[in-house]
Design a protein around this ligand. Structure first.
Ligand SMILES: NC(=O)c1ccc[n+]([C@@H]2O[C@H](COP(=O)([O-])OP(=O)(O)OC[C@H]3O[C@@H](n4cnc5c(N)ncnc54)[C@H](O)[C@@H]3O)[C@@H](O)[C@H]2O)c1
Length: 279
């Protein structure tokens, strides 16, 4: 999709840093936006800050990890604007930073529900609509460089973001030959609310952090505070949609880590080729 004029975008995590930046850039390009978020007050502030024409901005309070709630929100967006063309499965949480041996089942479940299941729901709910209206469409699933690399003391976050990369690759194959596309956005650190304290609704009494977990949290907060401007991430993302790119990267400075991972994988494959066949 090259032109956003008159198109409609459904943006989850719309009250957050990236969600707002996507909405601002899309409004400027002539699109309508439905901002979807769990945090009602932040959503109201986001819509006010955007200052877009009221008939082009819709605000929907929704827990996107709940498929029924997401279906209702999708229905409202379609009723309001007629059709949805761009779906940003973007809502996410950082979860609790802790070693794998410290993590509880609720630590895992919260992050899996929000970071992974909401993307699976977003695709399942919107795919028939995007295919059906025939005007073309595009999914943008927000993963992270954490999903490309794995990050210590961020197990659920890294695992769910790797799963979002994989889900997007699956969708890419399933969309072949249609006029619906998919991009997976893999940013490094950017200045948003992602590292803010956010209680796990499944376990309001979080266990005290370990020393390593607390150190990781401090590192991440600093990296986020000094990270990229979300407007830049949004600009690169819209370009990625126009170019129908499967992968959208925003932090070329992280290339050495990615190369190291790819080198390890290639070396392991080389080893498999050298291995004498069994029997
Ligand atoms: N900021 C970064 O450094 C960075 C880097 C890589 C990836 N990301 C990813 O970008 C995406 C957007 O995050 P952000 O950086 O703008 O952070 P943010 O915290 O500013 O925004 C996230 C938004 O998601 C909303 N949200 C959380 N749970 C929800 C739920 N169950 N239902 C609906 N909304 C929910 C929050 O209320 C918040 O407004 C996330 O998926 C995040 O993991 C961020």
């Amino acid at each position: 999709m090259r032109d956003f004029q008159g198109r409609t975008a459904f943006i989850t995590g719309g009250a957050g840093g990236f969600g707002r930046a996507f909405a601002k850039a899309l409004l400027a390009d002539g699109a309508n936006v439905a901002l979807v978020d769990l945090d009602e007050r932040a959503l109201a502030r986001a819509v006010e800050d955007l200052g877009g024409p009221p008939d082009r901005v819709l605000r929907l309070v929704c827990d996107v990890s709940d498929r029924n709630a997401l279906e209702r929100a999708a229905g409202e967006a379609i009723r309001a604007f007629g059709r949805v063309h761009l779906v940003f499965n973007n809502a996410g949480v950082g979860g609790r930073n802790a070693g794998l041996e410290e993590l509880t089942t609720p630590d895992w479940e919260w992050v899996i529900h929000v970071n992974l299941m909401s993307v699976a729901h977003g695709v399942a709910v919107f795919l028939p609509h995007l295919r059906g209206h025939g005007e073309g469409g595009h999914f943008v699933n927000t993963a992270s460089m954490a999903g490309m690399l794995g990050q210590p003391h961020m197990g659920p976050y890294s695992a769910t973001k790797a799963a979002v990369v994989s889900l997007s690759e699956t969708l890419f194959h399933e969309l072949k030959g249609t006029n619906v596309g998919v991009s997976v956005l893999c940013p490094g650190f950017a200045k948003t609310g992602i590292a803010d304290e956010r209680p796990n609704p499944l376990a309001p009494e979080a266990p005290p952090p370990s020393k390593a977990g607390a150190e990781r949290t401090a590192q991440v907060r600093l990296a986020v505070q000094t990270g990229l401007d979300p407007a830049e991430v949004a600009a690169r993302t819209l370009q990625g949609i126009r170019d129908d790119d499967l992968y959208i990267f925003t932090h070329p400075d992280m290339r050495p880590w990615l190369d190291k991972r790819l080198d390890r994988i290639r070396a392991a494959y080389d080893k498999a080729e050298r291995f004498a066949p069994l029997g």
